[in-house]
Design a binder for this molecule. Structure first.
Ligand SMILES: [Fe+2]
Length: 502
């Protein structure tokens, strides 16, 4: 959003907020007025303002370097985008309708197109100009549940291309099929009559044969659901793992022979809570369990108990031997990034003190001894959004790319790109400007080298009020971007993306 549109949006929102209560048909949801007031003091909150538009077109201008000649394809990103609907504002960063942002690299140019993901919910609320349904962390006395998980589906977490389809993923319900050319939402993805509407997680894992595994967690009844989908997009099998209380599990891993699910002690114990998020209770007296499941026999589960920790995202897992597994992840001391901070950023009250640090950790599990060794990366600081090279999928991977922080960060977000060489233990980094907040960056294999890769991603310059898109050479990350392009608008800070080479 450019400065003029930004101010216009702000003015529009504030005028609406100032309407007499008697003119409002219902109570206002969320803290739009408080957020807008906080935005005046904390301009970095621009990343969480959200857009009022259901489609966005940005012009890109290359401000330094040039587009690598071998780079051609679509960079898709997803994330919560419409934080305000009419007078209402969602209460949690993960609640707003998802929007696909597509950056197309072709003929030495980059073009952008963004479009609301048209789930039933997102379309209904955009049309009604108000929030209608409860969400992950948003409630109000006149909001309904819609009667099913998909009635609340905002499809706002990630995107994956599989079996020729681009899927927009949420965590609580179905995937949605997106037309990669028009970005039109073609409908809900139903894998089978039996699994229609069941939770389908946001971080599926692709196997060596091109098949795809995924998990979902169900609240009623409490269960974990495993999915295995063929390279052609056919559901091969599902399996239910009953749970005593619903765990929150955002990501998982596979190796060549196993499925690895990490289950922190964060389960839905407070079932009378008004929101899904507040049903969950952190119980640090309980262990974090690692469930290792035999891919060939999904009933064969080995459980390894560890001291409690919370995790959102993993890098890559691999078999070290038939009884040993290695993997890497961002370890959080507790889930407060989600349960506290992601609320505070939406009402503008975030003050930089609440978040539990998250650190890069390499793990080794011994299934015979049912023990685990965790090795924390030193000197890396707080990290998240770990990415690995798809060419090293399910193998002992050399590189892990992640977002980190440089020094004393006073904003809710990251400003350092970190690349860890797991063979040598060395880490290289690049710090973006003090007025920029990084979004997830990807490892994109070079077309012309056996092992080289580009690092690709977006960042919000909240002072300039624009998003930028940068490409780095993985072999010289600390040299800074080989190409930096600037949009003429600011996109809402999003979550996950994927690059589809042409
Ligand atoms: Fe995620």
């Amino acid at each position: 959003m450019d400065r003029r549109t930004f101010i216009k949006t702000l003015t529009g929102l504030m005028t609406a907020t100032a309407l007499p209560t008697s003119l409002l048909a219902k109570s206002v949801i969320g803290a739009q007025a408080a957020f807008l007031k906080a935005l005046e003091e904390k301009p970095w909150l621009l990343g969480y303002l959200g857009t009022q538009e259901t489609a966005l077109e940005a012009n890109l201008r290359i401000v330094s370097g040039r587009i690598p000649s071998d780079l051609s394809g679509h960079f898709f990103r997803n994330g919560p985008a419409m934080h305000n609907i009419g007078l209402d504002r969602f209460s949690h960063w993960f609640d707003a309708p998802g929007m696909v942002q597509r950056f197309t690299f072709a003929n030495d140019t980059i073009t952008h197109h963004g479009r609301l993901i048209e789930t039933a919910r997102n379309t209904a609320e955009a049309k009604a100009e108000r929030i209608i349904f409860t969400g992950y962390g948003t409630h109000g006395h006149d909001l309904g549940s819609g009667g099913s998980a998909d009635a609340q589906n905002v499809a706002n977490i990630s995107l994956v291309q599989h079996a020729g389809e681009l899927l927009a993923l949420w965590e609580g319900g179905s995937a949605h099929v997106i037309d990669a050319e028009t970005l039109e939402t073609q409908g809900r993805k139903d894998w089978s009559p039996e699994t229609t509407g069941l939770p389908f997680g946001a971080h599926p894992r692709v196997d060596q044969d091109g098949s795809m595994w995924n998990i979902g967690y169900s609240a009623d009844p409490s269960a974990l659901i495993l999915y295995h989908i063929s390279a052609e997009g056919m559901l091969l099998k599902t399996h239910i793992l009953p749970q005593t209380a619903t765990p929150m599990i955002h990501d998982f891993m596979i190796t060549a022979t196993k499925i690895v699910i990490v289950k922190p002690p964060y389960a839905a114990s407070n079932t009378s809570s008004k929101t899904f998020a507040n049903m969950f209770e952190w119980t640090p007296t309980q262990p974090t369990e690692i469930l290792v499941i035999d891919k060939d026999d999904l009933t064969n589960v080995t459980t390894v108990e560890m001291d409690p920790f919370w995790v959102f995202h993993f890098g890559n897992a691999y078999d070290i031997s038939p009884t040993e597994i290695g993997f890497d992840f961002a370890l959080h001391d507790d889930p407060s990034f989600n349960s506290v901070d992601a609320f505070a950023v939406m009402d503008g009250s975030w003050d930089g003190t609440a978040s539990a640090p998250s650190r890069y950790v390499q793990a080794k599990i011994d299934l015979t001894r049912k023990s685990a060794i965790l090795e924390q990366g030193t000197g890396l600081g707080q990290v998240e959004f770990i990415q690995t090279d798809a060419r090293e999928n399910l193998m002992r991977h050399r590189y892990a790319l992640m977002l980190g922080e440089s020094g004393d960060v006073q904003v809710y977000g990251f400003n350092r790109l970190l690349l860890v060489d797991r063979d040598t233990g060395a880490a290289s980094h690049f710090d973006v400007g003090a007025t920029e907040i990084l979004e997830e960056h990807l490892i994109v294999p070079k077309a012309d080298e056996s092992a080289g890769f580009w690092v690709m991603g977006t960042a919000l310059d909240w002072q300039k009020g624009v998003t930028n898109l940068s490409i780095y050479d993985g072999a010289a990350l600390s040299d800074g971007p080989v190409m930096k392009a600037e949009l003429d608008i600011a996109l809402p800070l999003g979550l996950h993306g994927t690059f589809i080479a042409q």
